[in-house]
Design a protein around this ligand. Structure first.
Ligand code: DGI
Length: 154
């Protein structure tokens, strides 16, 4: 079998900025191609859009506040099954659980608590496409996962 190339959105949250390089190294080691990257401080509007699924929940205001508290690194990752593979690499939302059950996961290594949990990764391919568009605008991908019209990074 062969799986088509898929994209996911990975976000290094403000609490994990000091671990950016280590996180990028782990992502590359895991076989992802970083198709596109951008560092920016999220506006409240974009933070709300990123987490619109959680609107109305008790922790939503804190989540939006945290996501707008400093710079954030956005990565478009390409690989076969990128969405699920990145979620596996990230590990569970709760760092305690990550440390216990998935000690090699990024959150086991870099997350501080439930809110400052270092990373976000899209939960399904539709969300991935929608959020990539919100952050990066309209970009098209080649079948090998690189971005159309851009030279691949060596
Ligand atoms: O996709 P994940 O980030 O693993 O998890 P999610 O989509 O369920 O939740 C998105 C973010 O919202 C998560 O990274 C941290 C925050 N969050 C989720 N559940 C809780 C929470 N924050 C607090 N304080 N308490 C929660 O129960």
């Amino acid at each position: 079998f062969f799986f088509p190339m898929q994209q996911t959105l990975a976000v290094v949250k403000p609490d994990a900025q000091e671990h950016k390089d280590a996180i990028i190294a782990r992502i590359k080691e895991a076989g992802f191609n970083i198709a596109f990257q951008k560092e920016t401080a999220l506006t409240e509007e974009l933070a709300q859009q990123l987490y619109t699924e959680h609107e109305g929940k008790e922790f939503y205001p804190q989540l939006v506040e945290h996501m707008t508290s400093g710079p954030t690194l956005f990565l478009v990752l390409s690989q076969e099954e990128a969405v699920d593979r990145f979620r596996f690499l990230m590990g569970p939302t709760n760092p305690e659980q990550a440390k216990e059950a998935f000690p090699d996961s990024l959150r086991a290594q870099f997350a501080s608590d439930m809110l400052k949990n270092a990373l976000h990764g899209s939960s399904n391919p539709d969300h991935a496409q929608e959020k990539i568009k919100a952050i990066f605008g309209d970009i098209e991908f080649n079948t090998d996962g690189t971005v159309k019209g851009m030279e691949p990074e060596l």
